[in-house]
Design a protein around this ligand. Structure first.
Ligand code: PFF
Length: 439
């Protein structure tokens, strides 16, 4: 099956890898991962999250890559290409998820941008909770959100190579360096060991909680950018020589690696400075309150550490937001024949508007995050695994090129057919029950 002739391609393998890692590594790794780990009691959550990443995330990631590269099309067209028109609504759902997630994601990225700039020019706030209350919603939050969205639009309008790939090649190594530097710094703090204990010592009782399980699954999907066609879209610009299993393993490990190392920075910092009680009451704002609290207590160094932390978070947010917009933009290019620039500006503007409610009210933001992470992405992943496992004519023929020696594709397909959908169905059911119960 040939790819549409005019489709742009990544200029190098590394370009794709870093862009895909860039999509995966983002606010999910530092903000969402830390607050969920704190909320769900530490190490047990981390363990479940790793388990989900390996057993469910990896097979679904490979499925998205196979679907994207095999069709050379954006999500809606890719599903229709292999499955016929009945699968169009699923593609539509992916695009809707892109809208929903980017709208609130950009608001959080806006807070992050503000904190980064403030670390240089103003310093760390004396009363972080009051400061967060002031800036997290209202006109100023909207302003920073719009600024962030404008940046994302400019990069996506620049195209796959000149925009997305170029930015990822520069920013991703920078992010790795910043996160490692933070973890090393945190290790030097007195009292860091208590943070490590919370983060790394597993309380096995917690492993049995269905709720922790559900959150860990949602987090694995959110963090790997799965279940809404982002990886599919990036893979659609990939050549048939690339080894998809290797790419999926690299992306999954890099994504987990950054989340894990970020945790090695966040928890010692919080515990060393005695702020753990605040972590227990964790919400979407936790990181933006607790950490500046920690930075403030570090004295002069605190300002530099704050800058490094928020700059790394901002870089991650930017490269992930780019992939979210790319799903929507590439769909408009393929479905309506729009030019890339027009699609980026028009759709970016629509998403910016959708971001205004979460920028006015953090409860709306938290709700959007729960719905997106625990329902949309999990449902998307469930349907994707069923599609590739049962409906796609010859899934093997799409993963094999470039990876001829691999012997376990049979196992992969089996995982997609039975265990992955079953597990995701349970998680989705739990998510719905929780949503109805109003928690
Ligand atoms: N993976 C990103 C993160 O961890 O921040 C968020 C994300 C990006 C989710 C792209 C979904 C997506 F399609």
């Amino acid at each position: 099956m040939s790819q549409p002739a005019s489709r742009e391609q990544w200029s190098s393998r590394l370009g794709f890898t870093l862009a895909a890692v860039g999509s995966a590594v983002g606010l999910g790794n530092m903000w969402r991962f830390s607050y969920l780990t704190a909320e769900n009691g530490g190490a047990a959550f981390v363990l479940l999250y790793v388990g989900f990443t390996l057993l469910i995330g990896l097979p679904v990631l490979l499925a998205e890559l196979a679907l994207g590269r095999g069709s050379g099309r954006s999500p809606i067209q890719a599903l229709m290409h292999f499955g016929g028109p009945r699968w169009m609504p699923l593609g539509g759902l992916f695009v809707a998820a892109g809208f929903l997630i980017l709208a609130y994601y950009s608001v959080i990225a806006g807070w992050t941008a503000r904190y980064t700039v403030e670390a240089i020019f103003v310093g760390v706030p004396a009363d972080p909770a009051a400061h967060f209350g002031e800036i997290s919603s209202g006109a100023q939050a909207i302003g920073w959100h719009l600024l962030f969205m404008a940046t994302v639009v400019v990069i996506v309008a620049g195209g796959v190579r000149a925009g997305i790939e170029r930015v990822s090649l520069v920013l991703m190594p920078l992010l790795f360096a910043l996160v490692c530097a933070l973890a090393i710094y945190a290790a030097t703090l007195d009292g860091a060991s208590e943070g490590y204990r919370f983060y790394l010592e597993v309380d096995f009782d917690k492993l049995r909680s269905l709720d922790v399980l559900r959150q860990a699954a949602g987090q694995a999907f959110f963090s790997l950018s799965l279940g809404m066609g982002a990886m599919l879209t990036y893979a659609s610009y990939l050549s048939r020589q690339e080894h998809l299993p290797n790419e999926s393993v690299i992306v999954a490990f890099a994504d987990f690696g950054v989340a894990f190392v970020a945790g090695l920075a966040v928890f010692p910092l919080i515990f060393a400075l005695g702020l753990q009680t605040q972590v227990g009451e964790s919400t979407v704002g936790a990181l933006f309150i607790t950490l500046p609290g920690a930075f403030a207590e570090l004295g002069g160094a605190g300002r530099i550490v704050a800058f490094v932390f928020f700059a790394a978070l901002l870089v991650g947010a930017l490269t992930s937001a780019i992939s979210l917009l790319e799903v929507v933009v590439s769909s408009a290019i393929d479905s309506f024949g729009w030019s890339r620039k027009v699609a980026a500006v028009v759709l970016g503007l629509a998403i910016a508007l959708l971001g205004i409610p979460p920028a006015m009210d953090t409860d709306i933001l938290g709700w959007m995050d729960t719905v997106a992470g625990n329902l949309f992405l999990v449902f998307g992943g469930l349907m994707l695994s069923l599609f590739v496992g049962w409906r796609m004519p010859d899934a093997m023929a799409q993963v094999t090129p470039g990876a001829e020696g691999v012997r376990w594709f049979g196992l992969w397909l089996w995982l997609l057919r039975i265990p992955v959908p079953l597990a995701l169905a349970v998680v989705l059911w739990q998510g719905l029950v929780q949503l109805v119960a109003g928690s």
